[in-house]
Ligand binder design. Sequence first.
Ligand code: AMP
Ligand code: MG
Length: 342
Amino acid sequence: MNTVYYKEVTDGAIAACGALIRKGELVAFPTETVYGLGADACNTDAVMRIYEAKGRESDNPLIVHFASPEEIATYAEIPDRALFDTLSRAFMPGPLTLVLPRKGALSPRVSAGLSTVAVRVPSHPVARALIAAARTPIAAPSANRSHRPSPTSSAHVLEDLDGRIAAVLEGGTCRHGVESTVLSLCGELRLLRPGAVTREMIEAATGRDVIVDEGVLSHVADKKQVASPGMKYRHYAPNAPMTALFGTDERVRAAFCEAQRTGAAILCYDEDLPYLSGDTPVLSLGAKNDFDAQAERLFSALRELDRLGVTRIYARLPGEEGLGMAVKNRLIRAAEFDLIEV
Ligand code: AMP
Ligand code: MG
């Protein structure tokens, strides 16, 4: 298949991509989190093509993207209207995905067999224009091959999916750089995946406690128990094995120097740079407390390490407050739970 790359996002490009979605084809498009791989969420054949193009496990459900919070009620039950209204006023459009009981015309494949569906209203103008042109909700996971770092630029999308999808819409570099926050509203408020809408922000807006699902920051041995199916798979991983360190500055830096002597590449913070003396590749995610910068750079840094052909990576875990929790969650998964306290 010849993938059409729309470098200029004109009205004509949006109309053409909207028509492709309506025909059941796949279109990659920018969002404020990462690039998404979109298909008509009501067309099962189209949704199946997403799984095929990504090589995604068939039990890992997709997020469905809507033009407005009002539209969500046609396709999902709203168990607590007041809570939904509070969350949608505070965070929609934006990087918050809600898990709700499903209903209506969505393909059952978007839910991968679950009785729930994950829904969100993106804020990126290109994503919004595409949904409007398609005149249907758009199912869209991240536009990468499964298990690879998520794409934060159109170049990343083409790296993984050129020739496998109908079109890519350009939208610059993604602002947040990590995928949306996934919050279940089925029963208690449960954070299934941390993202740019932080636990603290949700608690402040709702006045309620958010339970952080066990799978977010630790390894759940019994994979059947994972509330968010995507959490049980190898994810975001660079080609080289990665170990994530945590501990005092002094100890982590000493461990980094030791790792460099064995030829490992280092993924660290700006403050660590003066202490690293080896000649292996060193990438910084930004200042130690600048979680926004870290989130924005994380996936492109992992892809950069792949491009450099490194064979071993040592990284450093951030704190858990605010957006730190999302960065930490992605790093833990990229390291496949190989964590060492130094
Ligand atoms: P991605 O589409 O790659 O951003 O991944 C979507 C994430 O949302 C995965 O971790 C899924 O497991 C999660 N997700 C999607 N739908 C549901 C659902 N109905 N219940 C729980 N988690 C979901
Ligand atoms: Mg993904």
